[in-house]
Design a protein around this ligand. Structure first.
Ligand code: FPP
Length: 242
């Protein structure tokens, strides 16, 4: 029997940086810095297992309400990550993308992001998508607004709006829906992440905090995914007659 295929697309809610730092008596910024190292482990694991798409929830629209000092730390960390890892992304054939209300990012961070996206645009290995200033409801609202504009301009008949039409106006257009969603630090919630896209995504919640996430955790999560049966609302096919 052929082994079950690995997921094509893994999405990750990287949670628990703050708790990781608190448990060690360190500032939250130390947790975020350690979390950036786990990103590398995750990309490497995906590459080794033949996962084509990885989407990481790095900063939500709700995260703008955190203390300004923490926002500044995260944005600087992101900017440094993008500048320092660009060469590695080229070596690993990573194509970088970003989803979210990116115009809200500080200019230096946006610049580093645009440059890394442009540099890696023709790479054909794994597609790494960073969700930044991202909200699932905001994404769906933006897609609805784009469709309304199409109707207003006479390019679209409201009768022709289908799930596929709406999907095509999401930030993730062209990226398949995630097969597997991993959340670290034990919380059982979705937190406004990829609300439309995860209709039939398998979910795995790990108790460990994101900075403790290693390649081996990804490999174990994929093995767990491969043991699951996905029926997409249908039924298992009847066993064939002997
Ligand atoms: C959640 O932990 C994590 C974040 C809000 C930020 C995620 C950022 C990183 C992993 C580092 C930078 C990312 C990249 C792509 C370089 P939390 O702060 O909510 O933790 P807590 O719930 O324990 O307080």
């Amino acid at each position: 029997m052929t082994p079950p295929a690995p997921p094509k697309h893994i999405a990750v809610i990287m949670d628990g940086n703050g708790r990781w730092a608190r448990e060690r008596g360190l500032p939250r910024s130390a947790g975020h810095r350690a979390g950036a190292e786990s990103v590398r482990e995750c990309v490497e694991g995906c590459k080794e297992m033949g996962v084509n798409f990885l989407t990481l929830y790095a900063f939500s629209v709700e995260n703008w309400s955190r203390p300004q000092s923490e926002i500044d730390t995260l944005m600087k960390l992101l900017e440094r990550f993008l500048r320092e890892k660009s060469r590695e992304m080229m070596e690993w054939n990573v194509r970088l993308k970003a989803i979210g209300r990116l115009h809200l990012l500080p200019a230096p961070c946006r610049k580093a992001l645009d440059e890394a996206i442009a540099l890696t645009a023709t790479n054909e290995g794994i597609t790494l998508t960073l969700a930044l200033s991202y909200g699932g409801r905001e994404e769906i609202a933006d897609a609805a607004a784009a469709l309304a504009q199409d109707v207003l301009e006479g390019h679209l008949d409201p009768q022709d709006i289908t799930p596929a039409t709406l999907s095509s106006r999401l930030y993730t257009s062209g990226i398949p829906d995630p097969d597997l969603l991993i959340r670290t630090s034990g919380e059982l919630r979705i937190s406004n992440f990829l609300l439309w896209q995860i209709s039939y995504t398998e979910i795995i919640v790990l108790r460990k905090n994101w900075p403790d996430f290693k390649k081996s955790d990804l490999i174990e999560a994929v093995a767990q995914f491969q043991r699951r049966r996905r029926r997409f609302g249908s039924v298992d096919p009847a066993p064939s007659a002997p």
